[in-house]
Design a protein around this ligand. Structure first.
Ligand code: AMP
Ligand code: MG
Length: 402
């Protein structure tokens, strides 16, 4: 049986690239950028007025002029109104392009306006005040967003700013999610006393949704012939197949046998971990990858976060190399020779530390427990007594700070 690190290594050696595609910028949220976003103009593109008020030439103020004739009123979007003499000013609004003949804005609060004239009532002003100068933020041609980032709401806004109507993003793997087992029924059915609803495929699908990984679902009975037939057909149409159930030692756990029959190369079967020990991973000659997770909901879920999402993010080029740690909030013992993924509730303490409280639950079938926890804490294989106050790596599956 291989270790968690070995399993991770084998999966990492199977990262894939699925090319790129263009999508409308406002449909790109969650996708991974495949090219930089470049400023098509200076940012801001003109000397931008940042206060409603009047625009004057500072030299006039320096010469002691306090009362200015209002040449006109400029609204945002108007062509600049130029003054003819330094005794004139322009009433000007936030967002306007500064007239070339003026260089300083005085906000309305510091001005009295009457009879077509503006009187500056403050003693001191600063040349160039209340102006956001052209190109101060970014210059034309400068990269404003680098590739290999997940598109956020900010990036959508930046794309809009620079007129990038389409963004080139990484193409996503065509992904099939499969449940297996004769005890499983569809969600909208009333299960008989010996049946359960097939929840795993939906939790997987939901976990992948933020990545815009739109998936196809399939259910397979515990029947070797049907499993072979359906997986064989699926190998042609999908880049990735995520299975849950049917990989353990049970009499009806047909997947390992079926996959072998279909020439899917087993890269490993069984990992020294709890939950998720029977995890099976392999690849077909055409490149399709098969992640076959044990069916217990917590096992499936843990394997998805610990193995599949890192594979996906690495393949897309968006994965951070940083690890997240939290401090164990109480002593915890685990003696089996398995790497334990403890369910924890991570909280942000007042001093800014992340503290993880164990929420053990009732084993890998206890999916309800996951609704109280927000992360798995990966406890090192070599140890059995885990001390309060020690930092260990965590794998969040929910937002920790909210
Ligand atoms: P298996 O790995 O097929 O032995 O399944 C282990 C346990 O997980 C069994 O109790 C199954 O009923 C349960 N299970 C398998 N697939 C699902 C699923 N899609 N949703 C919920 N439970 C499942
Ligand atoms: Mg089963």
């Amino acid at each position: 049986m291989i270790s968690v690190e070995q399993a991770e290594q084998i999966i990492r050696s199977e990262i894939r690239q699925y090319g790129t595609e263009r999508v409308p910028f406002n449909e790109a949220l969650g996708r991974v950028l495949a090219e930089d976003i470049i400023a098509d103009r200076d940012l801001p593109p003109y000397d931008r007025v940042t206060m409603d008020g009047i625009a004057i030439n500072y030299a006039a103020f320096e010469n002691g002029i306090r009362t200015y004739k209002i040449k006109g009123t400029q609204a945002a979007g108007d062509n600049p109104i130029e003054v003819n003499t330094i005794n004139e000013c322009v009433e000007i609004m936030t967002g306007c392009a500064m007239p070339q003949s003026t260089d300083t804005v005085i906000r309305y609060e510091d001005v009295d306006i009457a009879n077509g004239q503006a009187f500056i009532k403050v003693a001191a002003i600063r040349q160039g005040q209340s102006i956001h100068p052209r190109g101060r933020d970014r210059k034309l041609g400068e990269t404003i967003i680098t590739a290999n980032q997940t598109v956020t709401s900010v990036i959508v806004g930046m794309a809009a700013t620079v007129g990038a109507t389409e963004l080139v993003v990484k193409r996503m793997p065509r992904t099939l999610i499969v449940s297996t087992g004769d005890e499983l029924v569809e969600v909208d059915r009333s299960p008989s006393p010996h049946q359960i609803r097939r929840s795993n495929v939906y939790s997987i699908q939901a976990a992948l949704d933020p990545y815009c990984l739109y998936t196809t679902l399939l259910h397979l009975p515990d029947n070797l012939h049907i499993v072979e037939e359906k997986i064989s057909a699926s190998l042609l149409h999908f880049d990735v197949i995520l299975l849950s159930g049917g990989v353990s030692e049970g009499k009806y756990d047909y997947l390992p046998e079926a996959l072998e029959e279909l020439q899917v190369k087993k890269l490993f079967h069984k990992v020294q971990q709890r939950p998720g020990k029977p995890f099976w991973f392999g690849k077909h000659a055409n490149g399709t990858l098969i992640f076959a997770f044990p069916g217990n909901p917590v096992s499936t879920f843990m394997c998805l976060y610990r193995y599949f999402l890192p594979w996906l993010e690495t393949s897309l080029g968006s994965r951070s190399t940083k690890h997240l740690y939290a401090i164990l909030g109480e002593d915890f013992n685990f003696t089996p020779p398995l790497q334990y993924f403890l369910q924890v509730k991570v909280n942000l303490a007042d001093n800014g530390e992340l503290i993880a409280a164990p929420i053990e639950g009732n084993g890998s079938g206890d999916f309800a427990n996951l609704s109280d926890a927000n992360a798995f804490m990966e406890l090192p294989l070599e140890e059995t007594n885990f001390k309060m106050g020690t930092p260990y790596r965590i794998w969040p599956f929910k937002q920790i700070i909210n």
